[in-house]
Write a protein that binds this ligand. Structure first.
Ligand code: PMP
Length: 281
C-alpha cells in the first residue's frame, strides 16, 4: 500500500497529476528511512532532515513531526515484512506549469515501503568497485531534493564501467558518492569530509562517526583531496540502504590490500550491533 495525500492505496491506484511540480520540475524533497526488525533507524534524525530540506526549498511542512511518525507507523503496519525502507516524498504540488511558486498550492505527500537487501556475502568478503568522476550537480547538495539527474547519470556511468558506485569530485575534492557518503582510512585515522553544501549529510555517516568515536577509533572530519584516494588504506561508502560498503577497487586499481580492511571490519561489526540493539528494544 502506498500513502498518497492522506490515503492508503494499492500501487496501481496511487496516481499523481502530470501537472505535479515534482513531475514537471523535480520540485520536491525526499527521505529514505531504513527499518530493521520493525524499528525505523534514527527516525528523529530523518524527520529533522526532511523538515530542513522542506524549509530550504520553501515548501511548508504538510505534517507535524508527530503526524509524520504516525504516518510512517501506519504505513509499516500496512506493509509488513522483514527489513524495509520507507521512502517519503513531498513535492510543491499541482499547478499550471510556471517556474515561480504558484499561490495557494497544496504539497503532494507520498510514502511507500521497499524491501532492503543488506550487502551480500560477496560484497562483505570482496568489497565493491568504484570509479571517480566529476561532480556535475548543483551547489546545494545538502538538500535531499528529488532532482537527481546528475546523480542518476553518475551512478549509470559507474554501472557502465562495471562498478557499484561513483565517487564525485568537485574542485579537486572528493565529496561523496552518487547516493552515499565517503569515508577513507589514512594513517589509521577514519576520515570523512565535513558537512557543507557540497554533500548530503548522511544519517548513516553521522551514526558511523558517533559509533567510531564512542569506541575509541580516531575520526577526522576534513576535506579529501582527489589525489589522496589512491593512497588510502581503506575506502568506504555509507547509505541507509547499503550500510557501509568497503570499496576495494578504485578506477580498476586495488585499494589497500584489495580486500575489505580491518577498520571496516570493526565499524561494520559496530553497525551490525547497533541494528541488533534496535531489534531488541
Ligand atoms: N549522499 C547522497 C547524495 C545520497 O543520495 C545518500 C543516500 N540517500 C547519502 C549521501 C547517504 O545518506 P543516508 O546515510 O542518510 O542514507
Amino acid at each position: 500500500m502506498i500513502h498518497l495525500n492522506g490515503e492508503f492505496l494499492p500501487e496501481d491506484r496511487a496516481k499523481v497529476s502530470v501537472l505535479d511540480r515534482g513531475f514537471l520540475f523535480g520540485d520536491g524533497v525526499y527521505e529514505v528511512i531504513p527499518v530493521f526488525g520493525g524499528r525505523p533507524l534514527r527516525l528523529g534524525e530523518h524527520l529533522d532532515r526532511l523538515a530542513r530540506s522542506l524549509a530550504e526549498i520553501r515548501i511548508p511542512d504538510p505534517l507535524s513531526r508527530e503526524d509524520w511518525a504516525i504516518l510512517i507507523d501506519e504505513l509499516l503496519a500496512r506493509n509488513p515484512g522483514g527489513d524495509r525502507s520507507v521512502y517519503v516524498q513531498v513535492t510543491r504540488g499541482v499547478a499550471p506549469r510556471d517556474h515561480a511558486f504558484p499561490e495557494a498550492i497544496e504539497p503532494t505527500v507520498m510514502a511507500m515501503v521497499n524491501p532492503i537487501r543488506p550487502p551480500g556475502e560477496q560484497v562483505l568478503t570482496q568489497g565493491v568497485a568504484a570509479v571517480v568522476i566529476p561532480d556535475h550537480r548543483w551547489s546545494r547538495c545538502d538538500i535531499k531534493a528529488i532532482t537527481l539527474l546528475a546523480n542518476v547519470l553518475a551512478r549509470q556511468e559507474a554501472v557502465d564501467s562495471g562498478a557499484t558506485e561513483a565517487i564525485l569530485v568537485r574542485n579537486g575534492l572528493a565529496t561523496e558518492g552518487a547516493a552515499s557518503n565517503l569515508f577513507l582510512v589514512a594513517d589509521g585515522v577514519i576520515v570523512t569530509p565535513p558537512k557543507d553544501h557540497s554533500l548530503l549529510g548522511g544519517i548513516t555517516r553521522d551514526l558511523l562517526v558517533e559509533l567510531a568515536e564512542a569506541n575509541g577509533l580516531p575520526v577526522m572530519e576534513t576535506r579529501i583531496p582527489e589525489d589522496s584516494l589512491q593512497g588510502a588504506q581503506e575506502i568506504w561508502l555509507t547509505s541507509s540502504t547499503r550500510e557501509i560498503l568497503p570499496v576495494t577497487r578504485l578506477d580498476g586499481r586495488a585499494v589497500g590490500e584489495g580486500v575489505p580492511g580491518p577498520v571496516w571490519r570493526r565499524v561494520h561489526a559496530l553497525y551490525q550491533d547497533y541494528k541488533a540493539s534496535l531489534r531488541q528494544e
